[in-house]
Ligand binder design. Structure first.
Ligand code: MN
Length: 250
């Protein structure tokens, strides 16, 4: 079996290395990942200039592009062998609730799904421990399960893992996305010449974070597995919009 690994933290990120160690005995791994941290890249695709792929070590490649570029290039021409599974992560940080809209980790998995491949996006909800090896062990268990018993439908599975020792993880829950409070205000600083610079503020805490949500599972020491769909249509509102548009009918 051929497994493609990618991430958004960059090719040298510890979470990616832990993931590769955990999957090594499963098949032939190829890592195609950004050459630097591209967290927050979402589904961006590099269209206005070419992208280079640099070999790092055998089977490991650094790309001067986004996570979406990495999966797209790897599956659509760069790799000669067909890939059977795409794993993205393990991200250094949670991808809960609205985070999935900004996440490059999730974007790499979305691109894999677009290309017809089963996929997991994996994120460690980093606190103080940075238990990447425990998270990688969970990832391996999920992959083993996925191979033994494939999903009935084509899904993107967004997996968040609490930052705990393996033995302290309570279990695995199927969840829905919660939602965060809005982020802190942007932070204004100044450069050495007194000109203003801005940093995006810290993410907000869980707002819609009750039982059944990804936030709730993580808060209580469980791995959260959320199936994602890409159809962002609000189906229940299509009729209302049609009524509203009738006002403009010519
Ligand atoms: Mn990241």
């Amino acid at each position: 079996m051929n497994i493609l690994l990618s991430n958004d933290d960059g090719v040298s990120a510890p979470g990616l290395k832990a993931l590769a160690r955990a999957m090594a005995s499963l098949g032939t791994l190829t890592v195609v990942a950004p050459d630097r941290n591209r967290s927050g890249a979402s589904n961006s695709l590099t269209l206005e200039h070419p992208v280079r792929i640099h070999p790092v070590e055998p089977g490991w490649f650094a790309v001067t592009g986004t996570p979406t570029d990495c999966v797209h290039l790897a599956v659509s021409g760069f790799l000669t062998e067909p890939q059977h599974l795409v794993l993205s992560g393990i991200n250094d940080g949670a991808n809960l609730g609205d985070d999935v809209l900004y996440s490059g980790t999730v974007a790499a998995a979305i691109e894999a799904r677009h290309l017809g491949l089963p996929t997991l996006a994996l994120s460690l909800c980093v606190e103080s421990g940075r238990h990447f090896d425990a998270a990688a062990r969970i990832a391996r268990e999920l992959v083993d399960g996925l191979l033994a018993r494939p999903m009935p439908e084509a899904l993107i599975l967004n997996v968040n893992i609490p930052d705990l020792p393996y033995e302290a993880i309570k279990g695995i829950q199927a969840t829905r996305l919660g939602a965060r409070h809005r982020a802190d205000r942007v932070v204004e600083i100044s450069d050495p010449r007194g000109r203003p610079l801005y940093w995006v503020g810290a993410v907000g805490g869980g707002a819609d974070a009750g039982p059944g949500t990804d936030f709730h599972a993580i808060e209580h020491g469980y791995v959260s597995v959320t199936p994602l769909s890409i159809d962002m249509t609000q189906h229940s509102a299509v009729g209302g919009v049609a009524d509203w548009l009738a006002l403009f009918r010519r």
